[in-house]
Ligand binder design. Structure first.
Ligand code: SAM
Length: 214
């Protein structure tokens, strides 16, 4: 996944129609970007974007935005999107999630997906985890009424951390499974690239669905 230096990737992205440029100027105006006021669902750390491609196909009534930090990874998602130009409800942003509150206004996001987020295993990097209290606070401010977060991973330590973090932040737990594919939640589950890879290796997939306590 870490193809960080693919020559020319930044140039391709700068000109691509599926990438939102100057994303900070869109804050509060995402409905204009999509040309409709459908709910906006965001995957943070989308990687090559296969999960979002399938979600966008299944739910044309929802607008999907994929956030990815690295140009070289985003390039792979762009290549896939170019094969499915009919998916006008899917766009990408190259950005670091640390800046998410500069890009969306409070209440502008209807739902957030965190799939196989980077674990940042060292304690001193815990705040960088996308389920840390710092990030949950951001999501709480950005999520519309009734919105929530679904988190999937095969990393048990990160999952335990995330469950505790959500609880400490007063989020309500709507669903939890430490073996998603053998659980009732498997029905309708859309697999991500990492999910296919790690479940193929025999790892159990953990899933947590939460919403702000409010
Ligand atoms: N979600 C995909 C999946 O499940 O197949 C990709 C998972 S991959 C392990 C994590 C991805 O998140 C990488 O592409 C990484 O570059 C991206 N990422 C990690 N931290 C990020 C951040 N702070 N902002 C945006 N993207 C990030």
């Amino acid at each position: 996944m870490r193809l960080r230096n693919v020559p020319g990737s930044r140039e391709v992205i700068a000109e691509n129609e599926y990438v939102v440029h100057d994303e900070k100027t869109k804050k509060g105006n995402w409905a204009l970007v999509f040309g409709n006021d459908h709910p906006i669902h965001v995957e943070i750390g989308m990687g090559k974007g296969s999960f979002l491609m399938e979600m966008a196909r299944l739910h044309p009534e929802i607008n999907y935005l994929g956030i990815e930090k690295y140009s070289s990874v985003l390039l792979r998602a762009i290549e896939k999107h170019e094969e499915a130009p009919e998916l006008t409800n899917l766009m990408f942003i190259r950005m670091d999630a640390e800046e998410i509150e500069d890009v969306f206004a409070p209440g502008e996001i209807a739902y957030i997906y965190l799939n196989f987020s980077d674990p940042w295993p060292k304690d001193r990097h815990a705040k960088r985890r996308l389920t840390s209290d710092r990030f949950l606070g951001r999501y709480e401010r950005l999520l519309a009424e009734g919105g929530g977060v679904t988190f999937k991973t095969d990393n048990v330590d990160l999952f335990d951390f995330s469950v505790e973090s959500a609880e400490a932040c007063g989020w309500e737990r709507l669903a939890i499974s430490r073996d998603l594919h053998s659980s009732p939640y498997a029905e309708g589950n859309v697999m991500t690239e990492y999910e296919r890879k790690f479940s193929g290796l025999g790892n159990k997939i953990c899933m947590l669905k939460i919403r702000p306590g409010r």
